[in-house]
Design a protein around this ligand. Sequence first.
Ligand code: NAD
Ligand code: TDX
Length: 331
Amino acid sequence: MGNMLVTGGAGFIGANFVRMALERTDHRVTVLDKLTYAGNRANLDSVDAEFVEGDVADTALVDALVGEADTVVHFAAESHNDNSLRDPSAFVHTNVVGTYTLLEAIRNHSRTRPIHFHHISTDEVYGDLPLYGDERFDEHTAYNPSSPYSATKAGSDHLVRAWVRSFGISATISNCSNNYGPYQHVEKFIPRQITNLIDGEPAKLYGTGEQVRDWIHVDDHNAAVLAILERGRPGETYAIGADTERTTNKQVIELLCEIVGGSFEHVADRPGHDQRYQMDAAKLRRELGWEPRYTDLRAGLEQTVEWYRANEWWWRPGKADVEKRYALSGQ
Ligand code: NAD
Ligand code: TDX
């Protein structure tokens, strides 16, 4: 039984990951999370993991925690593009300096025993694709990030590769497409629309809504991360995406309006809005035998809507503030 340190484990994807890792593996899990606005201790209610509140950029704390781990899975990040357009500073701190701090701790402890680092990243590091083509991103696509968020994630990926090549640490990277599912913060596209519609408010579509995201259920993402931890090759990068049928933001909103009931309105567009993301996960499927389980977006959304209906206590407290912030930018 090994010790796994999970950073950002009180956030959306991290908390779902901790639950899955405890169910499917025999690792002991320690979570390091700063509990920013996006982190919620309740996401780990009745979960058998040790919880440490702290910053991934805190050198002494991180070195001590990495010193107890065999595996480190790094989810902690500032994760929302719109916030990075309002104030990028926390993105540089957490996504760049935080990742650097972890890498230095891994380098330090790797001198005396094996330790593996898995870095969770995003398809946004590749920039965007033309709306109407068939191109996809894969592990060989050149980096071309658009927003402060994606630029800091791109920077963190480069740091990981440099620490592998220059210092010989053991690390893997995964770049995943847009996630949805339980425990996602109401600032993000799908939960924002579900909770607006539950409140009898219109869903909010940026600009024309013709942009395309490559939606994947959070459990499919996390199952891929476990497959990489178990069977991935150190030093490698894996693209993660579920090959969901191409769906525009407008079509997602229309689906949600049908499922929850209600209507949508167009609001101000996001500056520099990426047009289309699409991942080619052939390497992950071929080499690690991973397959997504949620292949029907409508069914996945219905299940997610049920979760938000049943867990209003979870999302209600932050909802009004998020909408107040969006209103300031006409969104
Ligand atoms: P989230 O915003 O829901 O959660 C982030 C977590 O990190 C929170 O619990 C927060 O408290 C914690 N955190 C933030 N700054 C910290 C710091 N300095 N020290 C310690 N903890 C800190 O994000 P998410 O959507 O769960 O994303 C998790 C990871 O997955 C991120 O690295 C993100 O870039 C990546 N990712 C997300 C998506 C997506 O669709 N959400 C897709 C691909 C990749
Ligand atoms: O109210 C909205 N209306 C709207 O039309 C919001 C919040 C978003 N949108 C659009 C913008 C995007 O085209 O929906 C799409 C999805 O938006 P977000 O949920 O903000 O996601 P995105 O910017 O695509 O980034 C997400 O996927 C990649 C995550 O937030 C990142 O952490 C991840 O790296």
